[in-house]
Design a binder for this molecule. Structure first.
Ligand code: NAD
Length: 295
């Protein structure tokens, strides 16, 4: 029997989670968007303000006011039980395996068996994500790797594991294709899948070269812009879009999972300036700005 997707839950309302929620709502499908709980009168302020930030940064993220109304916000403590209302749960929290493991353990208790659960991880292999999970969870689990910004990037990488239920994978892939307008690429469960295996290497090499050559941000982006095919942002604009704080996690995750003699190991590094910017809150477009100011 086909698995129909009438309601979606997105866990994590960051750069990606908020954008994915908007994109699902644009397809006319109701979304529950949850993030961490805060003390104070609005315990769901993280998810709520993520949508406000998205609206400011990308006024066209929602296609209409009606679409925006399809997203309901909440928090992991008061609302996680409501994943039982949803047919597809998309996890888009921080790229740290311990955090994802902890959230999946909580999900086991509240979700409906047979509901698709997918991670938006950029680099963590599927089999590692489901370590410690039940057989039922493993069967319902897959990776759906959206690209940033979700409204405009057509590609989605879908990774299924040895135990993933092929009917669920097919249903999620069909939804991504037909309702979200994505080009679905089925990937093997390898570190970084396809796009980030290449893309992270490329981005890290470009950032290293800019620092080693002492290029200004403007010069580096002028070269990496139109001439090298990253027309809108250049390298540092792309780092701002991705989020500076994601860079060390991507590096840590890839260096841990790739073979010791992989060429990426030789170029992977944490740039001290980037670490300082993260510590000072300059995480890019989602923070106080990054290499470029935000208005
Ligand atoms: P983000 O930092 O913008 O948002 C992460 C969210 O996770 C935040 O809202 C935060 O409140 C929440 N969070 C932080 N620590 C947590 C914890 N311990 N437990 C539960 N929630 C926690 O991150 P993002 O850039 O949206 O990335 C989310 C996922 O999507 C990651 O797996 C990342 O690798 C992947 N991804 C990111 C991009 C990108 O360009 N930024 C692209 C594709 C995939």
């Amino acid at each position: 029997m086909g698995h129909s997707i009438a309601k979606v839950c997105v866990l994590g309302a960051g750069t990606m989670g908020a954008g994915i929620a908007a994109q699902v709502a644009n397809a006319g499908v109701p979304v529950l968007l949850l993030d961490r709980t805060t003390d104070g009168p609005d315990r769901s302020i993280i998810a709520r303000s993520a949508l406000e930030r998205l609206g400011k940064a990308e006024p066209a993220a929602f296609m209409s006011k009606a679409a925006a109304r399809l997203v309901e916000v909440g928090n992991f403590d008061d609302d996680l039980g409501r994943v039982a209302e949803c047919d597809w749960v998309i996890e888009a929290i921080v790229e740290k395996i311990e955090a994802k493991h902890a959230l999946y353990a909580r999900l086991e208790d509240v979700r409906r068996a047979g509901t698709a659960v997918s991670s938006n991880t950029s680099t963590i292999p599927l089999e590692r994500l489901i370590e410690g999970r039940s057989e039922a969870f493993a069967q319902d689990f897959l990776i759906t790797h959206f690209f940033n910004p979700p409204r405009y990037m057509r590609l989605i990488e879908v990774v299924s594991g040895a135990r993933s239920n092929p009917d669920l994978v097919a249903a999620v892939s069909a939804f991504a294709d037909q309702r979200l307008g994505k080009s679905v690429v089925a990937c093997k469960d390898r570190p970084g899948f396809i796009a980030n295996r290449v893309g992270t290497f490329w981005l890290q090499s470009a950032v290293n070269a800019a620092f080693d050559l002492g290029l200004s941000v403007e010069d580096a982006d002028a070269i990496a812009g139109k001439p090298m095919g990253v027309p809108k942002t250049g390298i540092f604009g792309l780092v701002d879009l991705v989020g500076l704080d994601l860079m060390p996690y991507l590096k840590a995750s890839l260096t841990a999972s790739l073979p010791k003699d992989d060429p990426y190991q030789a170029i992977a590094r944490d740039e001290p300036l980037i670490l300082k910017m993260i510590a000072d809150g300059y995480t890019g477009r989602k923070g106080k700005g990054g290499f470029y100011r935000i208005n």
